[in-house]
Design a protein around this ligand. Structure first.
Ligand SMILES: [Fe+2]
Ligand SMILES: [Fe+2]
Length: 265
């Protein structure tokens, strides 16, 4: 079994400073194999915001897999947005744009879905899909997890257009035997099989630290994954720090995820 802490949408610069220490304490207590951050580390992509993000990431206990979000592109500097869109992100999160992590049971890969030509809509290219197929082909009998900022489906009705390339990407992931996709962006937590790809489990974390909440408290997800079972424990900020509030349980049968009854943590 592999345990992954899934953080998303830190939004340093528009964050809750009082939640930083409780969040790090909860991450430490989870004793995870891997800590994922699925984008929007900064709020406007400024150097100061990335300095705050780096100070946070440096304190995260354990291996880290990080991808950028649309808010990590420079908001106020159009020249940098075009010619060096990830220069500041790299200073905080390292040079990798397609990070890969693996242990004996799981291979996790990240891709960048932010697009310098659009404010917030996501994008996955044909080249990225081809690279993902190659990467997951090396996983052998490990579980396969993809990390990306933008969701490949909207869990509920949304006024935002879905990212470009979502349908083709889901087809690629099904073919590559990917079990789980970890995303963020909408600041609302959700987990369930993709409607158009029932063999792939969609796990969306809420925002860990942003002041822009969408009807739920700041939080993160904890994923316990084995070959045919996944448990997603939603943690939310409360009076005594981040506490588990609900557990979603899934079993994989004949290549499709099925939801088991959820329970209060
Ligand atoms: Fe965000
Ligand atoms: Fe976003």
């Amino acid at each position: 079994m592999t345990r992954i802490v899934h953080l998303s949408d830190l939004h340093f610069g528009a964050h809750e400073p009082d939640l930083i220490d409780p969040l790090l304490a909860a991450v430490e207590a989870a004793r995870a194999d891997l800590i994922v951050v699925s984008g929007d580390l900064a709020h406007r992509g400024t150097p100061g915001q990335f300095r705050l993000a780096k100070a946070f990431l440096d304190r995260v206990p354990g291996p880290l897999l990080c991808v950028p979000g649309n808010h990590d592109l420079p908001h106020w500097n159009p020249l940098l947005r075009v010619f060096g869109p990830y220069r500041r992100y790299h200073r905080a999160a390292g040079p990798e744009m397609a990070p890969v992590w693996q242990n004996a049971d799981t291979l996790a890969a990240g891709i960048n879905t932010a697009d310098r030509w659009q404010w917030k809509r996501g994008y996955v290219s044909d080249a990225q899909r081809a690279k993902l197929s190659e990467t997951f082909a090396t996983a052998e009998d490990r579980s396969r997890v993809l990390v990306m900022h933008h969701p490949l489906e909207h869990a509920a009705l949304s006024v935002d257009p879905l990212m470009h390339g979502a349908k083709d990407t889901l087809a690629t992931l099904t073919e590559a035997g990917v079990q789980v996709v970890l995303s963020g962006h909408v600041h609302v937590s959700y987990s369930g099989p993709f409607r158009d790809a029932p063999g792939v489990l969609f796990v969306q974390a809420g925002t860990a630290l942003s002041t822009r909440r969408r009807g739920e408290a700041n939080g993160f997800s904890l994923l316990d994954l084995s070959a045919d079972h996944a448990q997603v424990t939603i943690h939310r900020a409360g009076r005594t720090g981040f506490e588990p509030v609900v557990v979603d349980d899934f079993q994989r049968h004949d290549g499709a995820w099925q939801r088991l009854p959820s329970w209060a943590a």
